[in-house]
Design a protein around this ligand. Sequence first.
Ligand code: IP8
Length: 256
Amino acid sequence: MIVAIKLGGSIITQKSKFKTPNLQAIDALCALISEYYKKGVRFIVVHGAGSYAHIPSKEYGLADGIRGDDGQVHFAYVHSLCEELSTLIINSLVGKGVPAISFHPATFVIQKNKLPFKIDDKMLLRYLKEGFVPVTHGDVVLDNSIRTSIISGDALMDYFGKRIAGKLIFVSDVDGLLTSLDGKGELIREVTRDNFKGVYSVVSGSKHVDVTGGMAGKIKNLMSLKCPSYIVSGKHPNRIRSILDGRNDIYTKFIP
Ligand code: IP8
């Protein structure tokens, strides 16, 4: 089975401090991916942009495209920050014996009105078939309607969930989906078609700068997929082990 795992920006970086990686979390999560890769699980790794790209994207208004004489430079700068964060993940994985290969959306994704329009995934899928681990991420991309826009790692997860993944794991800095966003709410262990409407109504924006929509944006499409999805805390890698081993634990499971 192919598992698409998203390492959220809130866990791999300190989301409110520009360009601050959380190296301990990156190391622990890559160790876990390595452990299960060696057991035969096939992963696509997606990661968020965290404080590397959300803060400058907001400053330059890149969610709505480039503008002004410096637009292309802003775009290239934010892309380079995404690449820089991605290189940390790649280096950590390769150092742990995982054949991780980077795929930067700026070079294979075109959007239309901020939504994926063409995702040229042939090479990525070929590497996956050959036993490699593709690593991709939220990025700035070309856009047929507004010249450029931003693709979130969640949109890429959605894409893989619709096509090839049997399981989507969203690694976050919270225990799962909670009944309130102040961190004090109760964990919602399972979201099904029966309780989805009620659950969605309690979820609003993220407290951090997040140009791609925060938690509400993240859960929107999960119920339209064929495969189950999970939101789990990256602070407790054993909980991710539980998901991969099929055990109950502290996380939220979405059953479409
Ligand atoms: O952190 C956002 O990706 P995300 C990408 O997965 C940029 O939402 C460029 C802000």
